[in-house]
Design a protein around this ligand. Structure first.
Ligand code: NDP
Length: 277
């Protein structure tokens, strides 16, 4: 993948200039199976890119104060350039408080209000990895997005809202749909770009898709068949959509790998910016 190659080249240049590799600290609280897989994959990818991976696995019963103390220590650690606290956190911990405690300069997930605010007002920011990766895929497919009709389905702070901000910054005409949206099918039918980030299996029907549209499926949903076997599907009905779309990402294997590649890119970016400051 080209982005991973670009990141590896940036890491090599960083090592040559500074005598050390960029470091990414990942904090996992508890035993959520999906989170464990994500954290493991992030560690593997970080090391494969030539960077240093610091992994902190905390018991589900860890107190909020202990987690905040770890974040403070990572903020102060000069070997750590990026900090990622894997979500979701256990209910007794205030996730917003923990994310706000991360140094914005090390916030490689781009979830800190400072980075979210910078993105919203068009300033340089660390941008959330999933929408950043989606934008790269869309630009690769369509080139200039100026004036394009774009529909983002889902308004989370992690995917939907930053995705809408990124597309707006590229001068697309953006509609942001959510659970209260009326006539979603009509919105989809008008869109040249559809980004689905909902978390409902195959809710975007294939026959809604405008012929030739660029369809980015962010959803990751596990569905269990009658025989007990399970498989991952996206938010878009792939079989039907793929015959109408000009360009479509599969699930799994589409957006997911781009998200991790963008995390690595954000870590090198954060490392370089911090040392230049
Ligand atoms: P959230 O649950 O935070 O947000 C879901 C959004 O979908 C909400 O804005 C909600 O609207 C909207 N929604 C729910 N039902 C409907 C509906 N029927 N019609 C239109 N909109 C609806 O999810 P995330 O943004 O965190 O994640 C979305 C999906 O993307 C999940 O499947 C997740 O697993 C996946 N994901 C994948 C990543 C990757 O790397 N590939 C990374 C991050 C997420 P409202 O605000 O009104 O409730």
């Amino acid at each position: 993948m080209r982005l991973r190659e670009a990141v590896a080249a940036d890491v090599a240049a960083f090592v040559a200039a500074h005598g050390r590799a960029p470091g990414l600290a990942v904090v996992l609280v508890g035993e959520d199976p999906a989170s464990r897989v994500y954290v493991k994959n992030k560690g593997v990818a970080t090391r494969a890119a030539g960077m240093v991976s610091f992994e902190h696995r905390l018991d589900a019963g860890v107190s909020e104060a202990e987690l905040l103390a770890l974040v403070a220590a990572l903020n102060a650690d000069q070997a750590v350039d990026g900090i990622l606290v894997q979500l979701p956190l256990p209910a007794h911990i205030d996730g917003d408080k923990v994310l706000a405690a991360i140094d914005p300069a090390k916030d490689v997930d781009g979830f800190h209000p400072v980075n979210a605010g910078r993105l919203a007002v068009g300033q340089k920011a660390l941008v959330p990895c999933t929408p950043k990766g989606c934008l790269m895929l869309i630009e690769e497919a369509l080139g200039d997005l100026s004036g394009r009709e774009a529909l983002v389905i889902g308004r989370s702070s992690i995917v939907g809202k930053p995705m809408a901000a990124l597309l707006t910054a590229k001068s697309a005409t953006v509609t942001l749909a959510h659970s209260r949206t009326r006539d979603l099918a009509g919105h989809v039918a008008r869109a040249e770009i559809v980004v689905a980030a909902v978390g409902v299996p195959e809710m975007v029907r294939g026959d809604w898709i405008r012929p030739g549209a660029c369809v980015i499926d962010v959803g990751i949903n596990r569905v269990v068949a009658a025989d007990g076997t399970s498989r991952l599907v996206g938010d878009v009905e792939f079989a039907g959509a793929s015959v109408r779309a000009g360009w479509i990402t599969p699930v799994p294997g589409g957006v997911g790998p781009m998200t991790i590649a963008c995390l690595l890119a954000n870590t090198v970016e954060a490392a370089s910016a911090r040392l230049a400051a």
